[in-house]
Design a protein around this ligand. Structure first.
Ligand SMILES: *Cc1c(COP(=O)(O)O)cnc(C)c1O
Length: 219
């Protein structure tokens, strides 16, 4: 478990950026990881986790929470409208709001008892056709739509840069769009590039394989 090492690297990157280490949240991406690796992270004190599938998360987290106490769970993968209700019951943060139909569904399913407290808008910074997220030029307008029309507490932006490009320009773009949209949180940076993301303003980094080891190939 590379938890201490990753935390030290996060703190060092934050220091280089002139920010306190606590200004960056480590979201441990546990998708597809065997339960014993997750247990090791829990035993080491990690309390914030990211999953990309509602179903997988629903099976896995309630038992862990009854053993380890309340955790903070982030949904970082695409959300289908027919899973919106379940997602609102399990996740504290939904990072993948990316279209009006989903915003409308989340708004209509949201009740005061729902667990989700914050939403992030996913931006397709590389404008890749196969990737989720609003186009960069639509980000600010979409954030406003979510906040004003649907009364969703949108507090930040999330992005997954293209695999085959240097990530820094995408991090810079997301930071600029966040400022434009008037949101304070930036979820960017994964195992390979979280330090660069922090130096460019990330307030949370989503780290999977660096923490847990390579994901077993899904069957
Ligand atoms: C899987 C995943 C991650 C973690 O990726 P690693 O390279 O294993 O750190 C981060 N963000 C999202 C959206 C993911 O799907």
């Amino acid at each position: 478990m590379a938890l201490d090492q990753v935390k030290a690297e996060i703190a060092a990157a934050a220091t280089r950026a002139g920010r306190p280490a606590e200004s960056v949240t480590l979201v441990a991406v546990s998708k597809q990881q065997p339960p014993e690796r997750i247990e090791a992270a829990l035993a080491a004190g990690q309390r914030v986790f990211g999953e990309n599938r509602v179903q997988e998360a629903l099976e896995r987290w309630p038992p862990f929470e009854s053993r380890f106490g309340p955790l903070t769970l982030h949904l970082i993968g695409p959300l289908q409208t027919n899973k919106a209700r379940q997602a609102l019951q399990l996740f504290d943060v939904i990072e993948s709001v990316d279209r009006e139909k989903l915003a409308a569904k989340l708004a209509s399913e949201r009740t005061p008892e729902c667990r989700t407290r914050r939403f992030l808008v996913q931006v397709n910074t590389g404008e890749e056709p196969q990737k989720a997220g609003v186009a960069p030029e639509e980000a600010a307008v979409f954030v406003r739509l979510c906040r004003e029309t649907y009364e969703l507490p949108v507090t930040g932006l999330m992005a997954i840069p293209p695999h085959d490009q240097p990530p820094a320009p995408h991090f810079a773009l997301l930071a600029r769009l966040g400022a434009e949209a008037g949101v304070s949180e930036l979820s960017m940076g994964m195992s390979a590039d979280f330090e660069a993301a922090i130096e460019m303003g990330a307030t949370s980094v989503r780290v999977g394989s660096r923490l847990f080891g390579a994901r077993p190939r899904p069957a």
